[in-house]
Design a binder for this molecule. Structure first.
Ligand SMILES: [Zn+2]
Ligand SMILES: [Zn+2]
Length: 264
């Protein structure tokens, strides 16, 4: 299994997962042109993408969906509540989205568990994608993370985990106060601190590779995220430099090309 980020952040999100003949996009929040550029850079043939999984309707996760669908005709999958909203916002997609509730999906040889998370959209799901013993999870756009979510993603070799904001930077940044409260709320986005505590639990359950994702350009920096998380891991006896691999999923470039063998 191969997984990488094509874009991550409030200006657009898209991840790519490949295993055998299954080629999957998770979210489609870049313009078609930008998406094609980044896929070319990563050596991905867009015409091979058979499936697009959508986490929720926000435009940073869906803005390229209509044009990508029109050109390449992948099967789109989304929770039924989000699908209704997306079809309403994009009439071209009416009756074109395959919906799920809480059942597992089988996309070729990749099994997908969709995990409901708390976010200020009609519905939102994180995803765990598995093929054989290889598994990776993409967990962004959630206001909190609890042991129920961690149970469902445990066993992942790699977790793309939201580390959206530094709490202090969010308080003093230029956003209107209503936006700040929304982001910090249980229906908003995970802070570095929340991500750090979740990582402690995930490391205890065997995850070693992380890509910090959906990092805010206005209320966070890579350095803040890294230092905050290093301290939280350190308090639990986990050394960020030697015990785990922590990378960043970038907004403006591809990255985190993780390859997971069957026995990784
Ligand atoms: Zn988002
Ligand atoms: Zn969102």
């Amino acid at each position: 299994m191969r997984i990488l980020s094509l874009a991550s952040g409030s200006k657009g999100n898209c991840y790519y997962v490949e295993s055998g003949e299954s080629h999957i996009l998770v979210d489609c929040g870049l313009s078609l042109k930008r998406l094609e550029e980044r896929m070319a850079e990563a050596g991905i043939d867009p015409s091979k993408v058979g499936y697009v999984l959508i986490s929720h309707e926000h435009s940073d996760h869906t803005k390229g969906l209509v044009n990508f669908f029109k050109k390449y005709h992948p099967k789109i999958f989304c929770n039924y509540i989000s699908a209704e909203r997306i079809e309403k916002l994009n009439p071209e997609l009416e009756s074109r989205i395959n919906t799920f509730d809480n059942e597992q999906l089988f996309l070729g040889n990749v099994t997908v568990d969709a995990i409901p998370v708390s976010h200020d959209s009609s519905f939102c799901t994180a995803f765990k994608l598995s093929a054989g013993s290889a598994a990776a999870s993409i967990v962004t756009d959630l206001g909190f993370i609890d042991s129920g979510i961690i149970d469902k993603i445990s066993g992942s070799k790699v977790v793309f985990l939201e580390s959206n904001h530094d709490e202090r930077m969010l308080r003093i940044c230029h956003y209107p106060s209503i936006i700040k409260s929304r982001i910090a709320s249980n229906m908003g986005h995970l802070s570095n601190t929340q991500a750090g505590h979740a990582m402690v639990e995930l490391v205890r359950r065997g995850t070693r590779h992380f890509a910090l994702s959906h990092i805010s350009e206005n209320s966070n920096t890579y350095e803040k995220a890294y230092v905050t998380i290093a301290n939280i891991l350190g308090e639990s006896g986990i050394n960020i430099d030697t015990d785990v691999v922590v990378r960043f999923a970038h907004q403006h470039k591809i990255g985190n090309n993780f390859k997971l063998g069957e026995d990784d």
